[in-house]
Design a protein around this ligand. Sequence first.
Ligand code: MG
Length: 296
Amino acid sequence: MEVGPRDGLQNERVRIPTASKVRFVQALAEAGLRRIEVSSFVHPMAIPQLADAEQVFAALAALEGCRLSALVPNDRGLERALAAQVREIAVFTAATDTFVRHNIRASLRESLDHFASIVRTAKGHGMAVRGYVSTVFGCPYEGEVLPSQGIAVARELFDLGCDEVSIGDTIGVATPGDVARWLGEAQRTGLPFERIALHFHDTRGTALANVLIGVQMGIRTFDSSAGGLGGCPYAPGASGNLATEDLVFALHGLGYETGISLDKLVEASSVIATQLDHLLPSRYYQAARVTPCLPA
Ligand code: MG
């Protein structure tokens, strides 16, 4: 699941023109990505970078062979997504109550109750729905988080009708051992792995190692961001999404088929790279853009 256009760009300071976002998504589709989170129907004042969600979706209406989705924070967001003829939406909550209160000014319980009606309406319109659970491996406010907390929220999201649940390491503290323990417990409680996605941040350099544990244990959907977009190393608190290039390179090395062309993926990242105020953090991207030079 490519999340660069939404999760990546929402963390970038430089305002990206709508036409560039459209070209970026088209290039990602050409590279072979089949699921792309394009934008968010959040209030334009909350995230000005994504205020052009309607225009971006309108410009991509003809794009075929690719599932495009949008984040929907509330009823108003769902109305906008429906009007824009978006076919797939995502709702977001967290494993910890304090994080939810800081981000959406509601309790964890209230957020889940609110999503019940959003998911019902969305499903009634034939939309696919993804649920995000943040802070599964650690919370900036509550610290350590037990596996049972994230598992309980994921289960509720499935019960509400979510087709897929993305398990997020929001602050990038998970180690491969944490992921193995979490998935082990999730497996014992019967969470459906074919409908679980893992969303890692590379804040402490463990994102790719965490993915490989996930792959070994049977997970097949991973969220990542082209170029590592949103992971600006100079901005404190930047999200540090795992880079799609680095993920695809590692998976191909293990013999997995992703349907993604790494060369075309680098081209897609280049569309945005030229407009940013920093280098893209993806290691593969950087290596691919450097002209090899011989020692003098
Ligand atoms: Mg992220």
